[in-house]
Design a protein around this ligand. Structure first.
Ligand code: T1G
Ligand code: NAD
Length: 684
């Protein structure tokens, strides 16, 4: 038997166990091992039925993604599945941990499925820009019906075992994995249970269900390829016979596999895992336990940040400078939870439990028992240093003191304390209780509150905001040169971002950037370099964005739809006049290059300075913190997909036309000269 799969017997029940850590992925060795084990079980007259299970922490978590794009080896998955389904002896899947993608498809070829209550099943291929290519799109709708199957394959969501039992994906649930599955197999044999094949089950669909589904999800699936292909597959299951449906699935799978979208999403899958690996922090380094948090400032960010910890069951003390500010902050937190309850995404009981974890004060002496203190007050260096001096006085020894500053130097803030080694940056993203990203200058705690932590260096704006200034700055230069906010935002929206730079500025608050520009910190470039003139003039009118019902756009009460404002257009045209700039027209392609290439250029500078460890870390920051589309893989992967030589050529053109701010980063010049990509740089 192979190392990856072993075959044992429990009485008359053969037990096939996949042992291929970390997640028993269906590698060539596992497929060949399954083949050998099945043959052993078929040939053994004493074996009446077989249980197929995973060793270690999980069932099979899918095809081996690291084999994609490589020459095929070992027994093809379809052939292994054919042998399982057409076995002359019952085969029962025994599921624990996760049965995902090809792993679930293996179970759907078994005749019966058993699971422990904590198990999860799902077809997450769409998150990799793919679709279940081993019969999942043809067998699942026969089990759960077309509407549910559409939801499961287009969302890629995991289904807990109790729900999977209700849906009919699994047949039996029990506390014990091996004991329970063997007992279940023995019962099936004793009862003379049939060799039940899902392929023989009917698959019907109501008229128009697919068109309606495509229409209802057009906005959600915008820019992605795989969700549409998944719908086509389910439609094939309902309109073609099984084998024809399988052939259609295979075609559509190959379309996805060769697509740039899937290459980008697979890049993101591994980049999300790579980001947690800090070279000089060995795996298993003990984590600092956080049992209580103190949150300084209950404003836009303070409230959202605090909710993350309450959601993770960690008590939070809210600290403000006055009771009104505390009451305002707590009211916003309560309203946010109530909105989630009203949408049915949180129970009232859970909301009450979380609200009960909050306490409030205006007295800094009350922070003495907090393990972690996070500050999110106005973006002013003097104020932050004043506060950190106070935290140094009242926080207990060993407490971690963190600032949520967007741009200011952590070292300078830390210099206000006698324990700078305990001061870190924890840069959350707005809305903080929603966005998955956390830029950190110490890791670990992020995962506990459901965030992806990315280690970044201490420089102006860290990684995300430093690159953002290039993007938003170029956006305002485009306005000075002839474009309008809705045109730039439209092009960026069609590219795939959640919103353009001007709608985003209005959401985050234009006053944050205005305060920064006014602070004129020594190491920060001038307006000329970052196009501050237009936003300054808008802010001087008290237009800070959504929070003042007007910024670049106007907003109706309770509605976040941006409405172009003629007064803002007049300001833009006046600035062009004042700067003697002849306004010209732009097509979307030129807007995309002008607005997004600064991300690539500054990203390369940041890598050169060591302020980010890997190009893929920058991609994770932009996808999870700034809404950069996963189907483009992030700015650095996107640059590789375009070809760094082409990107550099356009940058050189901009440099010649527009000046110093477009000087290509030396790293970019070097990579092009060496004929290398960012991915090759990372691979070393
Ligand atoms: N193939 C190869 N490596 C994998 C893998 C896979 N399917 N899944 C995980 N790994 C690696 C991962 O890179 C990491 O490596 C380690 O395992 C631990 O993962 C025909 C075509 C199972 C829920 O999409 O969602 O089947 O970084 O850190 O947080 O239809 O991994 O340690 O070197 O994520 O406990 C469909 C993908 C494939 C599931 C566990 N399956 N995996 O989460 O650990 S396509 C998926 C996950 C397919 C068929 C199609 C999660 C997990 P390293 P981890 P975790
Ligand atoms: P905000 O104006 O919404 O809230 C700031 C809060 O700090 C106010 O409630 C104020 O009462 C309180 N405060 C001021 N002085 C205080 C003191 N001495 N003690 C206690 N509380 C005090 O600002 P915000 O948008 O939440 O930004 C806060 C910080 O987070 C800033 O450093 C900002 O750069 C950063 N940040 C903001 C965003 C964003 O999108 N808004 C995103 C990431 C980081």
């Amino acid at each position: 038997m192979s190392d990856a799969v072993d075959f044992t017997k429990r009485g008359a029940i053969g037990v096939i166990t996949v042992n291929s850590p970390p997640v028993n992925a269906l590698s060539a060795a596992v497929r060949d091992g399954l083949d050998a084990a099945l043959k052993a079980g078929q040939a053994d007259p004493d074996v009446k039925a077989m249980v197929l299970m995973g060793g270690g922490r999980t069932f099979i978590a899918g095809a081996d993604i690291t084999e994609f794009g490589k020459p095929p080896r070992g027994k093809p998955l379809h052939d292994v599945l054919h042998d399982i389904e057409n076995s002359s002896k019952l085969i029962i899947a025994a599921i624990h941990g996760t049965a995902l993608g090809g792993g679930l498809e293996v179970t759907l070829c078994c005749h019966y499925r058993y699971a422990v209550p904590a198990a999860l099943v799902g077809l997450p291929e769409v998150k990799l820009g793919l679709l279940p290519g081993a019969g999942g799109t043809q067998r699942l709708p026969r089990l759960v019906g077309v509407p549910k199957a559409l939801d499961l394959v287009t969302s890629g969501d995991f289904v807990p075992a109790p729900q999977a039992l209700e849906l009919g994906i699994i047949d039996e649930m029990g506390g014990e994995l091996l004991e329970g599955a063997v007992a279940y197999a023995e019962k099936l044999v004793a009862d003379g249970a049939p060799l039940r094949k899902i392929r023989d089950m009917p698959c019907q669909a109501e008229n128009g269900v697919f068109e309606a589904y495509r229409k209802a999800n057009a906005r959600k699936f915008r820019g992605f390829l795989a969700p549409w292909k998944n719908i086509d597959c389910i439609e094939a299951a309902a309109t073609l016979d099984f084998d024809a449906g399988m052939a259609r699935e295979r075609e559509l799978f190959n379309d996805c596999m060769i697509s740039p979208e899937s290459a980008a999403q697979r890049h993101v899958f591994f980049a999300e895992r790579e980001v947690a690996k800090i070279p000089d922090v060995p795996k298993g380094t003990p984590m600092k336990e956080v049992k209580k948090v103190a949150m300084i400032g209950a404003g836009t960010m303070g409230g959202g940040i605090a909710m993350n910890f309450a959601n993770a069951g960690i008590p939070v003390l809210m600290v403000e400078m006055a009771d009104e500010a505390l009451a305002r902050g707590m009211a916003i937190i309560k309203r946010n939870y109530q909105n989630t309850v009203n949408k049915g995404r949180l129970s009232q009981e859970k909301m009450d439990q979380r609200m009960a974890l909050f306490s409030t004060t205006t007295d800094y002496a009350d922070i003495g028992d907090a393990d972690l203190v996070i500050e999110a007050v106005f973006e002013k260096m003097e104020l932050k240093k004043e506060i950190f001096a106070k935290l140094d006085a009242y926080a207990k020894p060993g407490a971690v003191l963190a600032s949520n500053t967007s741009t200011l130097s952590i070292d300078e803030i830390a210099s206000a304390t006698k324990r700078s080694e305990s001061v870190i940056g924890m840069h959350f993203f707005s809305p903080a209780n929603v966005m998955r990203l956390l830029e950190v200058v110490a890791m670990g705690i992020g995962r506990k509150v459901g965030k992806i932590s990315v280690l970044v260096g201490n420089c102006f704006g860290f990684v995300g905001n430093r690159m953002l200034h290039g993007y938003t700055g170029e956006g305002t230069f485009l306005l000075e040169s002839g474009a309008l906010p809705q045109q730039v935002d439209g092009a960026i929206y069609n590219f795939g971002l959640a919103m353009g730079p001007f709608a985003m500025g209005d959401m985050a608050g234009l006053d944050v950037g205005w305060l920064v520009r006014k602070a004129k910190a020594a190491d920060r470039p001038t307006n000329e370099e970052y196009g501050g003139t237009i936003p300054d003039r808008i802010c001087e009118l008290g237009r800070f964005g959504q929070k003042t019902a007007g910024g670049y756009y106007d907003y109706k009460e309770g509605d976040r739809t941006p409405i172009p404002n003629p007064e803002v257009q007049a300001i833009i045209e006046q600035v062009s006049k004042d700067k003697n700039i002849t306004r010209t027209d732009f097509d979307d392609d030129e807007i995309i290059k002008r607005a997004l290439y600064p991300l690539i250029n500054i990203g390369a500078q940041i890598l050169d300075e060591g302020m980010a460890m890997r190009p893929s870390d920058i991609d994770i920051i932009y996808i999870n913190g700034y809404g950069f589309p996963a189907h483009k893989g992030g700015p650095m992967h996107w640059a590789d997909a375009i070809g760094l030589d082409k990107v550099l050529a356009d940058m050189k053109r901009f440099h010649a036309e527009l000046g110093e701010r477009w000087r290509p980063a030396p790293l970019l010049e070097k990579l092009v000269a060496d004929g290398k990509s960012f991915a090759e740089l990372q691979a070393g």
